[in-house]
Ligand binder design. Structure first.
Ligand SMILES: *Cc1c(COP(=O)(O)O)cnc(C)c1O
Length: 364
């Protein structure tokens, strides 16, 4: 029989979490009684302008989208500020699409990618898909790491370093000086994933791309912009990389409706501001009211240490109360007492706090 590549055979099967429907069925609740705060989606929904753009674009789906999402890239360019050129922007099928393209460009069989853990699991998966070897660095008790710790993991096979900032699921960010030290010391590409940057009080580090030729900064429309289902994201990359990127990736990675929706979402500053305000207020509330240790972080979720209870006990106890959160035990290096809760509307957050209080009182 024909065999698939060994590198693919060795990848562990991805097991997605329970859907809202499955949970509803199992705990005998109606779907409408359940709130899902497990995937850091925008609970306010997409921008109404993005919805309109999708509806208006439907009539045009008989034609191919623009090559290399040129309309969206122009719009992004106008939001980036001084100094950037259109060659500094690439778009993809979700930011996952951009990340995969970069791995495809740099990783050959046996090449290494350094990944500080716990973090977003997709990095490890996509490195393995391309025959590469993930090299893990365990973050400290506050989930930070030093540039020296990264440098100590470098070998002559190191091609990439993945840094999510704010990090998922821990919420903390890298400081600019640590990133600069790495960019100056390493002969490897650093992929800085700013999926949650809109929620941070610290500015994006996009502009460092203009100073260093080994940095790519990744962004998504899936979180603050509420378009997770449209699958669209972008990368800010050094100009020298652009011709290679377009050679190595399909020209129509972003579909017509996703491009139209993303442009409209970028222009709808009001929806973004509403979203950020909701997250900021909700984070303060959850951080003070949740009866466990909370790591507020810089993203649209909080990380909660549920010990002495396990994360599994708490996530399972929340389900019959109609609340789905993320059990972080599945994140490599995270231990078994952390849950990640996406910040919701005021009434969602109240329900979460009440439920966690009940669970804690029940057992302690
Ligand atoms: C959610 C998330 C993304 C977004 O991925 P998309 O493919 O754009 O939906 C990227 N990176 C991190 C760290 C995330 O948590």
């Amino acid at each position: 029989m024909v065999k698939v590549k060994t590198s693919i055979e060795e990848i562990e099967q991805y097991r997605p979490g329970e859907t809202v429907e499955e949970t509803a069925h199992r705990v005998e609740l109606d779907v409408s009684e359940i709130i899902k705060l497990a995937s850091n989606e925008n609970v306010l929904g997409p921008s109404p302008a993005a919805v309109q753009a999708i509806i208006s674009g439907v009539d045009r789906v008989n034609t191919y989208p623009t090559v290399d999402a040129i309309h969206l890239r122009s719009e992004i360019l106008s939001h980036l500020g001084e100094g950037f050129l259109i060659e500094n922007i690439v778009c993809g099928n979700g930011s996952d699409g951009v990340i995969e393209a970069l791995v495809h460009l740099f990783i050959e069989d046996g090449d290494e990618a350094i990944i500080p853990i716990p973090t977003f699991s997709f990095y490890e998966l996509v490195v393995r898909m391309h025959g590469g070897r993930p090299v893990f660095l365990t973050r400290d008790s506050e989930f930070g790491f030093s540039s020296d710790e990264i440098i100590s993991k470098v070998t002559d096979r190191t091609k990439l370093v993945f840094i999510a900032s704010p990090n998922n699921p821990t919420g903390n960010s890298i400081d600019e000086q640590t990133l600069r030290d790495l960019l100056e010391s390493l002969d490897a590409m650093i992929i800085l994933d700013e999926a949650y940057i809109e929620f941070s009080s610290k500015p994006s580090l996009n502009r460092l791309v203009l100073e260093y030729d080994n940095l790519a900064v990744i962004h998504t429309f899936s979180k603050a912009y509420g378009l997770a289902g449209m699958r669209v994201g972008y990368g800010v990359i050094p100009g020298w990389l652009f011709p290679y990127y377009t050679r190595a990736t399909p020209p129509f990675a972003v579909n017509t409706l996703a491009e139209a929706a993303a442009i409209a979402a970028l222009r709808d500053e009001k929806h973004l501001e509403r979203t950020k305000k909701m997250v900021e207020d909700g984070k303060k509330f959850l951080t003070t009211e949740i009866p466990f240790k909370v790591y507020p972080g810089d993203a649209n979720f909080v990380l909660v240490d549920t010990s002495p209870l396990t994360s599994r006990e708490v996530t399972e106890a929340l389900k019959p109360m109609g609340i789905i959160v993320r059990d972080c035990a599945g994140f490599r290096g995270m231990g078994d007492s952390f849950i990640r809760i996406t910040i919701g509307r005021r009434e969602d957050n109240r329900r979460v706090v009440e439920a966690l209080r009940k669970i804690k009182n029940r057992v302690i």
